[in-house]
Write a protein that binds this ligand. Structure first.
Ligand SMILES: Cc1cc2nc3c(=O)[nH]c(=O)nc-3n(C[C@H](O)[C@H](O)[C@H](O)COP(=O)(O)O)c2cc1C
Length: 182
């Protein structure tokens, strides 16, 4: 099974990028092949219908077209989706065939705040529903992430570690069943 893990902010010390690295390693330990897309992969010119699709958007479309599941690790900006991630998804949504239709998605977010990015995930759910993707009901939130994540993204507190383990297993089970249905 192929999984794409997409996200993080564009800054090099991104907490969400660290979380993405941790989730990718955990997923690979469970079996799937994980392709991580972050940083410059997502530094895409703003969507403009007058432009040809930038190469980063074409590469993201290709990666999503051949995966059986997507993990989005999203910061929360002003209770919503950060612009570079929405822009990447908007570009891919203009390409055919749509890789989002019927795609299982796991949402994850990390924030120094108390909500752990939960409000950004609510916006993601609306966007993903519009694209025909299936977001797993329970996402991963990491509150107080500046204190709770080790430099390699490993969570320090048992609640977060337990939540991550359960969510990844539920996601792989969901993606496997969706894949078997074709
Ligand atoms: C423009 C902006 C808006 C933000 N709004 C929120 C917010 O609504 N909720 C929240 O928990 N954190 C918010 N933050 C703080 C981010 O969660 C924090 O900067 C976090 O470290 C960003 O993710 P990163 O570490 O992956 O870069 C905001 C940060 C920025 C730059």
């Amino acid at each position: 099974m192929k999984i794409v893990a997409m996200g993080g902010s564009l800054r090099k010390d991104s907490l969400n990028l660290k979380l993405l690295g941790h989730l990718a390693r955990c997923l690979e330990a469970l079996g799937p092949q994980v392709r991580s897309l972050s940083g410059d992969d997502l530094r895409i010119p703003l969507y403009d219908a007058d432009l040809a699709a930038p190469h980063e958007a074409v590469a993201l479309h290709a990666a999503l077209a051949e995966c059986q599941g997507l993990v989005i690790v999203s910061p929360e900006y002003n209770a919503g989706i950060p612009p570079h991630l929405k822009n990447a998804v908007d570009w891919v949504s203009t390409m055919t065939p749509s890789p989002f239709k019927g795609l299982p998605v796991l949402l994850a977010s990390a924030s120094p705040g108390a909500f752990g990015g939960a409000r950004a995930q609510m916006q993601w759910r609306a966007t993903l529903a519009n694209l025909g993707a299936f977001a797993l009901p329970g996402g991963i939130t990491v509150p107080l992430a500046d204190r709770n994540l080790a430099p390699d993204g490993t969570p320090g507190d048992p609640r977060t570690a337990g939540e991550i383990g359960k969510a990844l297993k539920a996601f792989l089970d969901f993606a496997t069943r969706m894949d078997e249905r074709g």
